[in-house]
Write a new protein. Structure first.
Length: 71
């Protein structure tokens, strides 16, 4: 699997996890987790996510890190 494919998978799983909880990007920002603009870029694949930010979002979304690498 290429780096691009991995980033696409993570982006897709981030959107899925957020939507499963009924959260908006603005709610994530208002909870002071991450700026909406940054989250949008990550979810749209325009920006890669760091391991630290992925861990932060995984914790916030109540998902194990492995969730973001599942097909």
């Amino acid at each position: 699997m290429t780096e691009k494919k991995i980033n696409q998978l993570i982006s897709h799983q981030l959107v899925k996890a957020r939507e499963e909880l009924g959260l908006t990007q603005m709610k994530v920002q208002s909870d002071k987790i991450m700026r909406q603009s940054t989250l949008s870029k990550i979810e749209n694949g325009a920006k890669n996510i760091s391991a630290a930010k992925l861990f932060l979002l995984a914790t916030y979304y109540k998902k194990p890190i492995e969730y973001f690498f599942e097909k």
